[in-house]
Design a protein around this ligand. Structure first.
Ligand SMILES: [Fe+2]
Ligand SMILES: [Fe+2]
Length: 188
């Protein structure tokens, strides 16, 4: 006698269709929580960028900080719009990671001398850590928004994501063309 195994799997239990999570799903509240986190971060970057501009020596770097300050104010507004689209109140929740990165940036200003290219190198390094945190956050959140069927929110997050990427590239360019070489010639 031949034994036959006829285990059947329920297809409906394993299939997953994106864009159907309900507004009160666990994923949806996780997403909302993460929005609060980056909202706190952006609001604090608005407060920090003027200090970084003031500490910078290179005019190109000062201009980059100034321009990104304007963009960051828009990032705050886009997040407020995202909360509104979800029918939620815009709320900030302390982002420990960004608080740490900002703190590190302050340390760089304290440890370096005013008017030196070495300080500018440090400022760029600190600013790029901020941008990379933002890039990973907005990349992930835009993807989640799409999964949740929140396409308008996803569009807003992607607009900000692109600006963070552009800023990161601009900072690399300033480091390579304007600051790093000069810093290498500075003596202690
Ligand atoms: Fe931003
Ligand atoms: Fe940024």
């Amino acid at each position: 006698m031949v034994k036959t195994s006829t285990t059947q799997k329920s297809q409906s239990e394993t299939s997953y269709a994106p864009g159907i999570a309900s507004g009160d799903s666990m994923l949806s509240s996780f997403f909302e929580d993460e929005l609060k986190d980056i909202y706190w971060a952006e609001k604090n970057i608005v407060k920090t960028l003027p200090k970084m501009k003031k500490a910078a020596t290179s005019e190109k770097l000062q201009q980059a900080f100034e321009d990104h300050l304007q963009q960051t104010q828009t990032h705050v507004e886009r997040l407020e719009k995202a909360f509104e689209l979800m029918g939620k109140k815009a709320q900030a929740k302390k982002c420990d990671a960004m608080a740490g990165i900002i703190e590190e940036g302050k340390g760089i200003i304290e440890e370096t001398e005013k008017g030196t290219a070495t300080r500018d190198v440090g400022l760029i390094l600190a600013a790029q850590k901020v941008e990379h945190y933002e890039i990973s956050t907005y990349g992930g959140l835009a993807q989640l928004a799409t999964t949740l069927g929140l396409n308008d929110v996803a569009d807003l997050l992607k607009q900000t994501l692109n600006e963070e990427k552009e800023t990161d590239e601009l900072l690399t360019e300033i480091a390579e063309t304007d600051v790093n070489y000069e810093a290498a010639t500075e003596e202690e």
